[in-house]
Ligand binder design. Structure first.
Ligand code: NAD
Length: 262
């Protein structure tokens, strides 16, 4: 499995690692020498990811946790430290995009609350328990998955999702400032639209997909593996002077006023 050593001797915890960005990142981190705690609410997905990585010669641990639950977050960090001896990289990546998330008038309170619980409180709890663990390790890197919608408004609304990601971005910046002198870096990763289940179930017609694609200068959706490469940089010591950023990986979407398609 190992084909690099950019994360040699590092322990990484990745939430939402059973699918999409988290799974691709777990694979990549393990191939770069990290020991990886694969955390997901979906037990089958977490153990399948763990089996795949260990079968390939990597070191992984599968943990079931709901990131919106304080006790689960405390436990996932404690179990990772107990198994691997330390924690250096905390990737708070788990998130949901609710199918009934809409504009201000149509979004039900329950949809708003659930989205905030997972996407925003989940990142807060990951930081709450991850930061002391990173401090015990002498420092480390926190990567919080936000989104390009934290930077730009969309006409196809997912208001709760967008607000939750704006919160992740603001929280990441503030934590970066607070912990900068402790050798703890905190960055928000802002992916553009990706060809993953999370987005494709929402953009479920060709017309909806085209409406989104027209805004992307590269003219295509991104791949989860392309976000994993950015996470690898932010996790590794190569990004040692990078903190408090909104690290955008979006095919140019936030740079564009008019795209080549217009
Ligand atoms: P995905 O649905 O493929 O994977 C998300 C994983 O998180 C799943 O395995 C799921 O079981 C897990 N999960 C959901 N709720 C959880 C909870 N409460 N506790 C623990 N695990 C939970 O999605 P993805 O596309 O890989 O998205 C990962 C992150 O990237 C999310 O935060 C998402 O908002 C963000 N993002 C995605 C896109 C995109 O286009 N797909 C764009 C920007 C940002």
């Amino acid at each position: 499995m190992s084909n690099g050593n950019r994360l040699l001797d590092k322990v990484a915890l990745i939430t939402g690692a059973g699918s999409g960005i988290g799974l691709e990142t777990a694979r990549l981190f393990a191939s770069e020498g990290a020991r990886v705690a694969i955390v997901d609410i979906d037990a089958d997905a977490a153990s399948a990811a763990k089996e795949e990585i260990t079968a390939g010669g990597g070191q992984a641990l599968a943990l079931i946790a709901d990131v919106s639950c304080d006790g689960d977050c405390a436990r996932m960090v404690a179990d990772t430290e107990a198994t691997f001896g330390a924690l250096h990289v905390m990737f708070n990546n788990a998130g949901i995009s609710h199918i009934d998330d809409d504009g201000a008038e149509a979004t039900e309170e329950a949809v708003w609350d659930l989205t905030m619980q997972v996407n925003l409180k989940g990142v807060f709890l990951g930081c709450k328990y991850g930061i002391p663990a990173l401090r015990r390790a002498g420092g480390g890197s926190i990567i919080n998955t936000a989104s390009f919608v934290a930077l730009l408004g969309a006409a196809t609304p997912q208001l709760a999702y967008t607000a939750s990601k704006g919160g992740v971005l603001a929280m990441s910046r503030e934590l970066a400032v607070i912990h900068a002198q402790e050798n703890i870096r905190v960055n928000a990763l802002c992916p553009g639209p990706l060809q993953t289940e999370l987005l494709m179930k929402y953009l479920d017609t060709e017309a909806k997909r085209q409406r989104r694609l027209v805004h992307i200068p590269m003219g295509r959706f991104g791949q989860a593996s392309e976000i994993a490469q950015a996470a690898l940089y932010l996790a590794s010591d190569e990004s040692s002077f990078v903190t408090g950023t909104s690290f955008t990986v979006d095919g140019g979407i936030t740079a564009a006023y008019v795209t080549p398609e217009d």
